[in-house]
Design a protein around this ligand. Structure first.
Ligand SMILES: Nc1ncnc2c1ncn2[C@@H]1O[C@H](COP(=O)(O)OP(=O)(O)O)[C@@H](O)[C@H]1O
Ligand SMILES: [Mg+2]
Length: 317
């Protein structure tokens, strides 16, 4: 079967899936100089609004000296209230935006290096909030095949990639279905499969569950965790749902363009007062443990799950 190409205007391209570029007819060689898949050094980004004459009228510093590194195979959560700079950060990993100051390395490549634009975009695959904007195929398996086809992957390998990607997100049995018939969570898993099929080194998900109902959220989070646990994919999950990053290796918390907290989930969630100040909630069991501790129960900080909470309460008896 022949796969339809996407709109050549690029309007409907997944941002991680640029139009065919001559240098991509050969296999993409991504040189890694370290184990860091993503590294930002002193990253500053300013949105500058201009009047009709082009004079700056307003400057928003969306990223303010941000240093974030993500190692190969890690699951990193990025948390922050609306407007804290999370999406602006994500857009730098796909070279949609370039630093005003500082440097962004993706797969060892400086995103400013024009010659590496397509390699950078192939290295960091992006998934966005709204699955309806990301799915364009009439049939699930065709949609997932668009990305590798645009990368110039041979047809036989495209189908192998489609199969492995749909399997990885638990959607293989829906391969012949129309995406219109799927639930929000299923559509978002198809979007993720579409990115996986391009064999990125890292997948960046910008609030992928924000538009989903609780069951859709659960299935997408389960699929994302599976990618990291089973497929060893490097995952950067941007969210404002704390419970989605309880199992992350590390968490960065952003506020007003700065990284204000970082550490393991246990370290970050132990500091309930700071999270409250940042208007972020903490996972349910962590909050209950915190309230019980305030009432005098000798519980440790940073309880993350209901199971841990039950075990610790039993110790108090
Ligand atoms: N296109 C834009 N033009 C001007 N300001 C913007 C633009 N996009 C975002 N901003 C501003 O940059 C800051 C960070 O926004 P964003 O990265 O979208 O945060 P988040 O994803 O955490 O909600 C906010 O103050 C927001 O208003
Ligand atoms: Mg955002």
């Amino acid at each position: 079967m022949h796969l339809k190409r996407k709109d050549e205007s690029g309007r409907h391209y997944r941002t991680s899936c640029p139009p065919v570029h001559p240098c991509l007819s050969a296999p993409v060689r991504v040189q890694l100089f370290s184990m860091d898949i993503v590294k930002t050094e002193d990253l500053v980004f300013e949105y500058i609004r201009r009047d009709e004459e082009g004079n700056p009228t307003d400057v928003t510093t969306a990223l303010d000296h941000v240093d974030i590194d993500v190692r190969q195979g890690e699951f990193v959560g990025i948390l922050g209230h609306n407007g804290s700079g999370k999406s602006t950060f994500a857009k730098h990993l796909n070279a949609i935006l370039y630093p005003t100051e500082g440097t962004v390395y993706v797969g060892g490549m400086n995103t400013r290096d024009d010659d590496k634009l397509w390699d950078v975009r192939s290295c960091a695959g992006m998934v966005f909030q709204n699955p309806d904007n990301q799915i364009i195929g009439q049939v699930v398996e065709e949609d997932v095949g668009f990305g590798p086809e645009n990368l110039g992957v041979p047809t036989k390998e495209i189908w192998e990639r489609v199969e492995e990607s749909l399997r990885a997100v638990g959607m293989l049995e829906y391969r012949k279905k129309s995406p219109n018939k799927l639930s929000g969570g299923q559509k978002q898993r198809v979007s993720i499969a579409g990115v996986l099929a391009m064999h990125p080194k890292c997948i960046v998900l910008d609030e992928p569950t924000a538009m989903l109902d609780p069951s859709g959220r659960r299935e997408v989070v389960r699929a994302i965790r599976g990618l990291n646990d089973v497929e060893k994919m490097t995952v950067i999950l941007i969210t404002h749902y704390m419970d989605e990053v309880v199992h992350a290796d590390r968490i960065f918390v952003m506020d007003k363009g700065k990284v204000v907290m970082q550490g393991t989930p246990r370290e970050v969630f132990a500091d309930v007062p700071t999270l409250e100040k940042l208007r972020l909630d903490v996972p349910g069991p962590t909050r209950i443990a915190w309230e019980l501790k305030k009432k005098g129960l000798p519980l440790p900080d940073g309880i993350l799950t209901a199971e841990e909470l039950v075990k610790e309460i039993e110790k108090c008896r």
